[in-house]
Design a protein around this ligand. Structure first.
Ligand code: AR6
Length: 183
């Protein structure tokens, strides 16, 4: 799917000069240094964006790399090469399963965005693309998740110059655009 309706806004943290853009499309096509994957704690692959990334990166190689990592806690992130993706790296994050909002879901979701940025900084990445973590199979309401994504990315110091929020569906894209002050 082609990216349409690109919007952007400068991060609040202007001295970091981090640009946050929302785009609609398939994250596996992103031309960035780091693609973020919405994985599961076993890093075992799955459906949704995880399945798409495994297929595009090369399922055999990526699964073998993931198997070396010993899983990943909810709210944390782990890095593998991007293999056949244009991206050099994949940051596998594990978002929280939505259980009504009273079980620390917001903090865990924010942690995913922070940890992925930290790993991107560790490898000197200039650009990173995020899917709407937890808003598919894991059931996080898309508006609440988007608010956490944007607020966390705006508040987290990073050397990453470009952050792309990749929405797979139009309602998510519209929420990102609204939150970033674009139309
Ligand atoms: N590009 C960008 N976004 C996508 C793509 C794509 N190619 N495909 C789906 N999305 P989900 P979760 C969107 O379910 O909720 C997996 O089985 C999708 O529309 O992929 O964090 C894992 O292995 C939604 O907005 O991730 C875990 O078991 C967003 O990506 C579990 O699902 C996230 O949906 C993780 O669930």
């Amino acid at each position: 799917m082609a990216a349409v309706g690109a919007v952007s806004a400068l991060c609040d943290n202007v001295e970091m000069a981090t640009r946050i853009e929302a785009v609609r499309g398939d994250i596996t096509s992103e031309q960035v240094d780091v693609v973020v994957n919405a994985a599961n704690p076993a890093l075992a692959g799955g459906g949704g964006v995880d399945g798409a990334i495994h297929r595009a990166a090369g399922a055999a190689e990526l699964s073998a790399a993931c198997a070396q990592l010993g899983g990943c806690a909810t709210g944390d992130a782990k890095l593998t090469p991007g293999f056949a993706l244009s991206a050099r790296w994949i940051a596998h994050v594990v978002g929280p399963v939505w259980r009504g909002g009273g079980e620390g879901e917001a903090k865990l979701l924010a942690s995913c965005y922070r940890r992925a940025l930290e790993l991107a900084d560790d490898v000197g990445a200039a650009s990173i693309a995020f899917p709407a973590i937890s808003t598919g199979v894991y059931g996080y309401p898309r508006r609440e998740a988007a608010e956490i994504a944007v607020a966390t990315l705006q508040a987290t110091p990073t050397k990453v110059a470009l952050v792309r929020l990749v929405a797979f569906d139009e309602p998510t894209a519209a929420i990102y655009e609204e939150l970033l002050g674009q139309s």
